[in-house]
Structures are given as C-alpha cells and as structure tokens.
Design a protein around this ligand. Structure first.
Ligand code: GLN
Length: 192
C-alpha cells in the first residue's frame, strides 16, 4: 500500500487523512524531516500559509520538503497551493517554488470570502477520473493569476484556474478533502 504523507504542522490535515483512508491509501502525518523518508508522496493541506511557513522554518523542514518535491509528487490545497507556487502576492511570501504558477492570496474579496459552489472540470480531468460536476468549497482562497507553459489547468471557477497540475505536482485552491467527491485525490494517487 502506498504511504501518503500529509504535512501536519497546522491546518486541516485530518480531513485529508479521512479521504485517503476512504480511497484505501495509508495516510502518514509528517512533522519532521525523518518522516519524509517514509512516504511516497505528500499533501500540504489548507490552513494559514504564513503560519505553516513559520512552522516549516522552525522544524527545519522547508529545504527537505523542497528536495522531496524534486523527486516525488506533492499535492497542495489552498494554503498548500500557496506554498507550492513560484510567485505569491498580497502579501508576498517565499515558498517552495515547485509549481510555475503565481497566486494572489485572499483574492476573492469579502463578498465571496468563503463559499460552496459547483464547477465543471475540464474534459481532461473527466477522462482521467470520472465525468460530472464537482462541489467545490472555497475558504479564503487564493486566485491563481498566472499559469506557466508547463502547467495544465484541470478546472476553473469564474474563469480562473482552481485545479492545476504540473508534472507530478497538483494544486487546488478549493478543498476537495471537505466533500464526498474523491476524484481530485484519486487523480493525485494515480501519479504514484
Ligand atoms: N488564506 C489562507 C492563506 O493565505 C489560505 C486559506 C486556506 O487554506 N483555506 O494562507
């Protein structure tokens, strides 16, 4: 069974563990660099990216996590997507730079700060998982403002990319771990 790490310093890591268990994968909470050696892939959950970054520094985990991402798949949701991005604004902050995308934090503004909506993923996503609309939960989500030539958009909301893949890495600005639809996690597991 594949061992899937979930960065468990802060945020909604428990929800990802429940989704992985439902899919028959073996979730492992990652809190140290040594934990990284025991997993085949990593999920960086939603939460607060600045806090997560501080904790990554405190645990001396930032460089080991970047090195892990050069060899193995990483899936980032919301704050996790911010940490994987090449460029971060509003405010700017450093990150792993493993995905060639730029994100603007908290960019949906006050009115739609957080919402549950439905979106129709791109045909490629449907072909690789199952077709059909998807429920998407946004919580103080970033907007992906730029997608580099190596990255592929797998779903959009209001025209903006919300699910993007680049090679072995995947980011979602919404929270697939909070709904019953497991297709995004299935897609990630298919990369192993
Ligand atoms: N607004 C958060 C941040 O900037 C992300 C929110 C989330 O992960 N749900 O880090």
């Amino acid at each position: 069974m594949k061992r899937i790490g979930i960065l468990a310093l802060q945020g909604d890591f428990e929800a990802h563990a429940r989704t992985l268990t439902r899919l028959g994968a073996d979730p492992v909470f990652v809190r140290t660099a040594a934990d990284l050696d025991t997993v085949d892939a990593i999920i960086i959950p939603g939460g607060e990216s600045t806090t997560m970054l501080k904790l990554l520094h405190a645990e001396n985990l930032l460089a080991p996590l970047a090195a892990f991402g050069r060899r193995r798949p990483i899936f980032g949701t919301c704050a996790g997507a911010i940490l994987l991005a090449a460029g971060v604004s509003h405010p700017a902050q450093e990150g792993l730079g493993l995905m060639d995308i730029d994100v603007e934090r908290n960019a949906y503004g006050r009115q739609i700060d957080s919402r549950v909506t439905r979106l129709t993923p791109e045909a490629e996503f449907a072909a690789r998982t199952h077709p059909g609309e998807m429920e998407a939960v946004f919580i103080r989500a970033p907007v992906i403002r730029r997608v580099g030539p190596q990255a592929r958009v797998l779903a959009r909301y209001q025209g903006d990319p919300v699910l993007v893949e680049q090679g072995k890495h995947l980011v979602a600005t919404f929270h697939p771990e909070l709904t019953a639809d497991s297709r995004v996690h299935e897609l990630f597991l298919s990369k192993l």
